[in-house]
Design a binder for this molecule. Structure first.
Ligand code: SF4
Length: 187
């Protein structure tokens, strides 16, 4: 993507190979392990993919990301999180993810993410337990997914910045700003 500073495909591949990883299917990344942990941040585009795969509405899938910005009487957040049932992602079923083919980028690329030009690895019991990532096909899939995720997140950030410059956020309301616009949630 033009104008996007990012780690090269080859370097992502090299870094992933240094981190042997096999998903243990423990579902720990789909649950709140400590207060606020493992919330799945999603863009409206990702919610729409899940809507197409389920019969659920936008609001049944996602809720405002609870990291609110307070500016005087204005209160807003910059995205959405997948809803939970108790401490579990609402899509974590008895035998794993119920929307596996439509799961968001965060889930698709866990435990890896690109932060600026570095590959970050989140805590995960599957790290160091296997040799899956040594399989070139698995490494290539992670590399492509990480690149696609970075581009999607960058595009969403740019759209949010545009929305913030054109919208007047009302006081006294709970507002979500996302790449598609401004949504007033209540009151
Ligand atoms: S969408 Fe699926 S993979 Fe992602 S947190 Fe929920 S259950 Fe886990």
């Amino acid at each position: 993507m033009p104008g996007l500073n990012r780690i090269s495909d080859q370097n992502i591949s090299i870094e992933i190979r240094k981190t042997p990883f096999t998903c243990m299917r423990c579902g720990a990344c789909c649950r709140e392990i400590e207060p606020g942990s493992n919330l799945v941040l999603v863009s409206p585009a990702e919610v729409r993919v899940i809507m197409a795969a389920t019969s659920l509405t936008f609001d049944e899938i996602a809720e405002p990301y609870p990291d609110f910005i307070h500016e005087g009487k204005r209160r807003y957040t910059l995205g959405w999180a997948i809803r939970r049932d108790g401490n579990r992602c609402k899509f974590l079923g008895e035998h794993g993810c119920l929307i596996y083919q439509s799961r968001p980028w965060i889930c698709r690329t866990y435990p890896f993410m690109i932060d600026n030009e570095n590959l970050m690895v989140s805590p995960c019991s599957g790290i160091g337990t296997g040799t899956d990532v040594m399989d070139p096909e698995i490494v290539n899939r992670f590399v492509q997914d990480l690149i696609d995720r970075q581009q999607a997140e960058k595009a969403e950030e740019e759209h949010i910045a545009e929305v913030l410059t054109r919208e007047q956020i009302p006081a006294g309301k709970l507002v979500v700003i996302d790449g598609e616009g401004m949504r007033i949630m209540n009151g």
